[in-house]
Design a protein around this ligand. Structure first.
Ligand code: ADP
Ligand code: G6P
Length: 483
């Protein structure tokens, strides 16, 4: 039977070593959480990195990992410490991530890291070639593997290859600064179908294709060598039922055991009849606009002091890429800002910000989503942002307000949210006030429409549409060849 092979740097599970013992945890991030349910339901395999380097593993541990990941239909690609330093922390996260998110000042261009990026893409290609059979489909994901489609195509010209980018594709003026721009675009063009979250990213990509590679683009088809590469936008959804049902169970009277977190949240809600909880959840990443959010919250408390002692911001940040200097600086800045704001405003009975720097189990995420009156999501740049969608899906009474940055891919399909510019503190402060005071009927009208859309275009539907579109590119070529 033909299968679909998903390939991404990060597998849906992450292997860690605790006191020399293996610990397996779910991976955090939109790609892994989104694709997880698609993978669980399919008959394919997922190829990626385990989270541990070759140097960290003994033959016994390798065997154990293989056993664990095989249960989850996953295959690991062995990466060394040098690969992780140069390919992952280096080229992927010090070059491509900041450049594609318009952080030019954070972007470094190191040719030794580019060499490592090419080598590691080749390692992924080898792993795919070991596992692929004629008739299979390969679906490559994200910025760590932009060269992979071509590397597979060169060896297996007739395999159906899809590529999806989970982050923004920047405008031509940004992309043109990248020293290896031709090679990177040619790598992507190894795919039959290239997908983006939004039409804007698609447009930027096509503009680079025309201006850098000088290729003919016909609507969204690129003539390339003897093939046609199709480009389209597919806004990624979430596993709507999973979030909705978990929230229903959480709200149900039958739930006798309140988690510790839930009890603390209940206490705050009971502390005043008009007490409100504002929630933000992200990986600790400079693209997420966390310092802006904190400064805007401080500005809000100064501008509207009547909300002191009533409103609490919960800031949940999950550690991410903490070996990259910019992430270390962001951690220091965030700690300092939270400390300053709490120091300035706290009273005996009230702390304005609750700050958690850790990942949380699914059950606690649902506690937070269902208990919060407002979700405050303020990235300065974000390919999609699934947290915004997850919050909406858990509002089973259709109450709650979503404040969402217009710099996220999600904002393109979530017009009923309160859309803001994360750099405009005045607007943010006023929008927080508007959210706190929004009549229930208006909240419900907005959330209802958002939920209907999310339910219709779930992550399963998203994957189905992408694979259908990929399949149709293959059929077209088959017809062409048989003529
Ligand atoms: P990104 O892909 O940039 O990390 P998204 O908002 O698209 O951003 O996806 C983040 C995913 O990670 C969501 O599915 C969210 O539920 C999950 N997540 C974020 N923070 C945490 C946390 N502290 N604990 C557990 N899961 C988290
Ligand atoms: C974003 C990226 C993913 C990445 C995730 C977590 O969602 O698009 O490719 O896996 O962040 O980052 P990490 O570096 O831990 O894999």
């Amino acid at each position: 039977m033909n299968k679909t092979i998903i390939v991404s740097n990060r597998l849906p599970l992450q292997v860690k070593l605790e006191d020399s013992k293996l610990e397996i945890k779910p991976s955090i991030g939109g790609l892994a959480t989104g694709m997880k349910s698609v993978h669980a339901e399919g008959n394919g395999i997922w190829i990626g990195w385990s989270g541990l380097t070759e140097e960290e593993l003994t033959p016994k541990l390798k065997k154990e990992i293989k056993k664990e990941v095989t249960k989850e239909k996953c295959v690991t690609v062995p990466l060394t410490t040098e690969d992780i330093d140069n390919f992952y922390l280096g080229f992927s996260n010090k070059t491509l991530w900041p450049l594609f998110h318009y952080f030019m000042e954070y972007t470094s261009f190191e040719s030794s890291e580019w060499e490592s990026y090419k080598e590691v893409n080749q390692k992924f290609a080898d792993a795919v070639l070991e596992n692929v059979n004629d008739g299979d489909t390969v679906w490559v994901h994200d910025y760590q593997l932009l060269l992979l489609p071509k590397l597979i195509r060169d060896k297996k010209p007739n395999i159906s290859i899809g590529f999806f980018l989970h982050i923004p594709f920047p405008s031509f003026e940004i992309f043109r600064t990248f020293p290896w721009r031709e090679e990177l675009l040619e790598g992507m063009l190894g795919a039959d179908l290239i997908g983006f979250h939004t039409y804007d990213y698609e447009r930027h990509f096509l503009s680079s294709i025309k201006r850098i590679l000088r290729l003919d683009v016909n609507f969204n088809n690129i003539d390339y060598l003897d093939r046609t590469v199709k480009v389209d936008s597919f806004p990624m959804g979430i596993d709507y039922d999973k979030f909705y049902k978990a929230a229903l169970a959480n709200n149900s009277q039958l739930k006798k055991e309140r988690t510790e977190l839930q009890r603390r949240l209940d206490e705050h809600i009971k502390s005043a009849s008009d007490a409100k909880i504002i929630l933000s959840i992200d990986r600790l990443d400079y693209t997420k606009g966390i310092p802006n959010r904190l400064k805007a919250f401080e500005y809000f408390l100064n501008k509207y002091p009547q909300f002191k002692e009533k409103v609490r911001l919960i800031l949940l940040a999950v550690p991410s890429r903490s070996n990259v200097p910019q992430y270390q600086k962001l951690k220091r800045d965030t700690d300092e800002l939270v400390g300053r704001i709490n120091g300035e405003f706290s009273t005996v009975s009230w702390t304005p910000i609750w700050y958690f720097y850790r990942s949380m189990p699914f059950e606690n995420l649902i506690d937070l989503y269902t208990t919060s009156d407002i979700a405050l999501i303020t990235p300065v740049r974000d390919g999609m942002n699934l947290v915004a969608k997850e919050y909406v899906a858990t509002r089973t009474n259709q109450d709650g307000v979503l404040i969402l940055s217009e710099m996220t891919g999600a904002s393109k399909e979530m017009n009923e949210a309160l859309l803001i510019n994360p750099n405009n503190f005045d607007q943010l402060a006023d929008t927080i006030k508007q959210a706190i005071e929004m009549p229930l009927e208006e909240q419900q009208n907005r959330i209802k429409i958002l939920q209907q859309r999310l339910e219709r275009y779930s992550v399963e539907k998203w994957a189905e549409e992408f694979l259908k579109a990929l399949d149709s590119t293959k059929n077209k070529e088959d017809i062409f060849i048989s003529k």
